[in-house]
Ligand binder design. Sequence first.
Ligand code: S3P
Length: 173
Amino acid sequence: MRQAIVLVGMMGSGKTALGRQLAQRLSLPFLDTDAEIEKATGMRIAHIFEEQGEAAFRGYERTKIAKLLAGEPCVLSTGGGAVMDAGTRELIAAKATVIWLKARLETLLNRVSKDKNRPLLKTDNPAAKLQQLLDTRTPFYNEAPIQIETDVKGFEETVEAMLKAVQNHQNTV
Ligand code: S3P
């Protein structure tokens, strides 16, 4: 692999589970932006949102993604909102093979509904919030040259589809 692979998509789209498996198949390290930010700051993501706000968090994301993409190739899972930052978008488009992992709203809701650690879903109506985030983010996710549905096929088949798409794409760049 010449380039890092960056996974974008909504919370609950399968970035972590699929990303880990993809990394294993490609013998690349798997990294998660949220986990790396928590390690570097010593703070939980929810705490950063509460104390410093979303804009500060997007700044941490951009800096961390830039640093990770300057290193050895890896599979990098990004937080669902990372694409909302223009600097982050430019960076990943220039330095990585970007995959948008897509899932229906119903699937996303099922996957994230029991998770208390997602600050943006601490609201009375998580379904409406998720829909609104998805609508706002879709034009930016859509910039990804590879797009894979994660709730149509089984897990292994989805990983195979990702592998195939990455190989095809990297042969053309
Ligand atoms: C966010 C998604 C989270 C995390 C933060 C904000 C978002 O990551 O970065 O809570 O804006 O959608 P996951 O997509 O890994 O859940």
